[in-house]
Design a protein around this ligand. Structure first.
Ligand code: MTE
Length: 355
């Protein structure tokens, strides 16, 4: 896809000046910004997993940890950038990334923010929990099973999988349903490549994804906040869309455990929770598969979950969002700004009904 196919960037006029928080001088530190963002939406997803058992401060945002000390050293082939502290960089995820496509020129979110402000309920419900706890996840050996309605089902070791296709760097916006957003430089390859490899049959209509289930490694799975394992799904045409990515890296380095190592899904026009982490199974299926947040709160989360400023969440507005690192809110764009590429997938659908 050429540059001219890219969606328009959010303009500075999209920023809503009157949306300054009360006491904005207090918002100089990102930690406090995080806390307020989560509080403003009533605790967001955490509210559901804890059903009010934790107060707003339980998002953990007021207690940002330093980068986990156990992250490996910087790759010699990809020097750390200003926003990629050497201590944060990990071993090379990959061979050199292929040509960059689909990039946004918006400023990238700092690696420190991407890797310390997370939703990964297998490691706790607070935003800072995954960075603190996900070191217990063993990402090797790791296999991904691809099965279901396909001619060539297979189980592929992660080291083989990562080398099957040239890796690309893609800088995507990520809009969380909790009304915050980031700009993340992923490294991976298009999901459709692996789906084409297993040759879907004519019965394949959806793709179902499953996260590892191992309460020894994932302490959050010992509780019942979510029906474990975490599951997600896409319609086949969504999964085959070139924007849908399987990511192995961030900032050109191996993806940190807390961001979904060793392999996660990225679907930039949908709310961030569709981006299932630490995937062990990808199944081609005939019927719409269950998804974790829909199982937990069907009145709040449907199957499609396209970013849509016109359809409010029952507990907060989706019209605007706070980019992590910014003070002012900005207008949320339909399909997270990727409408030119994906709106045709939904042309006959009522997106209020199919939220
Ligand atoms: N995948 C699993 N397995 N478990 C989770 O709790 N959280 C989702 C999604 N993928 C989640 C998951 C949610 S709610 C969001 S917003 C994104 O991951 C957050 O990704 P990030 O922490 O890399 O920003």
């Amino acid at each position: 896809m050429s540059k001219s196919d890219l969606p328009p960037e959010p303009k500075s006029s999209d920023v809503t000046p009157e949306a300054l928080y009360d006491g904005r001088r207090e918002f100089i530190k990102n930690t406090i910004l995080y806390l307020t963002t989560a509080t403003a939406i009533g605790g967001g997803l955490t509210y559901l997993t804890t059903r009010g058992r934790l107060g707003p401060g339980a998002t953990g945002a007021s207690n940002q940890p330093p980068l986990p000390g156990d992250l490996p050293a910087a790759s010699p082939t990809t020097p750390p950038t200003e926003t990629t502290p050497a201590s944060a960089a990990t071993a090379p995820a990959t061979s050199a990334a292929a040509k960059v496509n689909y990039d946004t020129d918006e400023p990238r979110t700092a690696f420190n923010d991407i890797s310390t402000y997370n939703n990964f309920y297998e490691f706790g419900t607070a935003k800072s929990d995954p960075a603190r706890n996900a070191h217990t996840l063993k990402t090797k050996p790791w296999t991904v099973e691809i099965d279901g309605e396909c001619g060539k089902p297979q189980t592929i070791d992660i080291d083989t999988l990562i080398k099957l296709y040239p890796l690309e760097d893609r800088v995507y916006r990520m809009r969380c349903v909790e009304a915050w957003s980031m700009v993340i430089p992923w490294r991976g390859f298009e999901l459709r490549k692996i789906l084409e490899r297993v040759e879907p049959t004519s019965k394949a209509k959806f793709v179902a994804f499953t996260t590892l289930f191992d309460p020894d490694q994932m302490p959050g799975q010992r509780g019942h906040s979510i029906h474990w394992p975490y599951v997600e799904g896409l319609r086949l045409d969504e999964a085959m869309h070139p924007l849908s990515l399987l990511a192995f890296g961030i900032y050109g380095k191996t993806i940190p455990n807390q961001n979904g190592a060793p392999i996660r899904l990225v679907v930039p026009w949908k709310y961030g929770f569709k981006g299932i982490k630490s995937i062990v199974k990808i199944s081609l299926v005939e019927k719409m598969p269950p998804t974790s947040w829909n199982l937990l709160a069907p009145d709040e989360y449907g199957f499609f979950c396209n970013v849509n400023p016109d359809v409010d969440h029952p507990r907060w507005s989706q019209a605007s969002e706070r980019r992590i690192g910014d003070i002012l809110k900005r207008t949320t764009l339909k399909f997270n700004g990727y409408g030119e590429q994906v709106a045709h997938l939904y042309k006959d659908m009522d997106l209020v009904k199919f939220y």
